[in-house]
Design a protein around this ligand. Structure first.
Ligand SMILES: [Zn+2]
Length: 287
């Protein structure tokens, strides 16, 4: 049975409805992108069996605890030395306490009606899981074609695909030789295909190595993520491109620090779909 203690977590939108979790139990642990989704069930529903013939109400009603660790959040069974925001007591659980530590306070721990993500627009509009079957080249191309945003900013929105954050966006774009500021819809089909493959490769490798620790991130066992050693582009401004030797440059795209190779990653100059339309309408247009 859950109990919640706010240590340094003022009541506000980032912890909305949290007290509703008190006295409930966590029914399952699931994930979408970087959101942890923990459906809750009132403790009474576990001890008193449902009357015969009543449908188990797993999907009808009920609450859901949603956790997003932001940039610096850590969820750990061990008490942190600093920046403890709140703790979740899991009566009868192993571990029996989860500590929420968050230096920069970008994380969120809140309770919503199950499946109702109106308070979490990023989650509500989130694209398919990057390593799942629904993330196809066709679906990815269709999503990109709908956006004039810089492709990196569009990736960070989580709409074309879930789970690509700042580090892995830079890595995937570098690997696919796509300029981060190219308009999403300007990518040629071969670039879309290359970026699709690169996202899968980068995320699969990062999961394998338990992520990337820049500052605070720790695995659930308190270890650092080892993908830091594998980064080709992110954080390497001024270093030679591992592919061509040109010094990598840092810029800002979508308000985020961005790293790319000015030689390997050329910016798509114009809108590819507009160019195709133009070509089709011109007699003897380039083909
Ligand atoms: Zn290069």
């Amino acid at each position: 049975m859950l109990a919640v203690e706010r240590v340094d977590a003022p009541i506000g939108p980032k912890t909305a409805g949290l007290e509703r979790a008190i006295g409930q139990r966590i029914e399952a642990v699931t994930r979408r992108g970087k959101f942890l989704l923990l459906p809750l069930r009132p403790a009474s529903a576990w001890t008193s069996p449902l009357p015969a013939g009543t449908a188990a109400d797993a999907d009808a009603g009920g609450d859901e605890l949603v956790v997003h660790l932001g940039m610096t959040g850590v969820l750990s069974p061990r008490p942190p030395v600093a920046h403890l925001r709140l703790l979740l007591r899991l009566d009868g659980g192993r571990p029996d306490v989860l500590y929420v530590q968050d230096a920069r306070r970008f994380g969120r721990v809140l309770v919503v009606p199950r499946g109702d993500y109106r308070a979490l627009p990023t989650l509500a509009a989130m694209g398919p899981e990057p390593l799942g079957d629904a993330f196809t080249v066709t679906a990815f191309a269709a999503a990109l074609a709908r956006s004039a945003q810089p492709v990196k900013a569009f990736l960070l929105s989580q709409r074309p695909v879930a789970g690509v954050g700042n580090i892995y966006a830079d890595e995937a774009l570098w690997r696919a030789r796509v300029h981060p500021a190219s308009p999403a819809r300007a990518l040629s089909r071969p670039k879309v295909r290359a970026l699709h493959a690169a996202i899968r490769e980068v995320l699969a490798a990062a999961v394998e190595l338990q992520g990337t620790t820049l500052y605070d991130y720790r695995t659930v066992n308190g270890e650092v993520g080892a993908y830091l050693e594998k980064l080709d582009a992110y954080g390497h401004d001024g270093d030679p491109c591992p592919r061509c030797g040109t010094p990598l440059v840092r810029s800002v795209v979508g308000q985020r620090g961005t790293h790319h190779c000015p030689r390997c990653q050329r910016r798509a100059r114009s809108d590819a779909s507009a160019r195709r339309r133009r070509d089709r309408s011109m007699p003897g247009g380039a083909r």
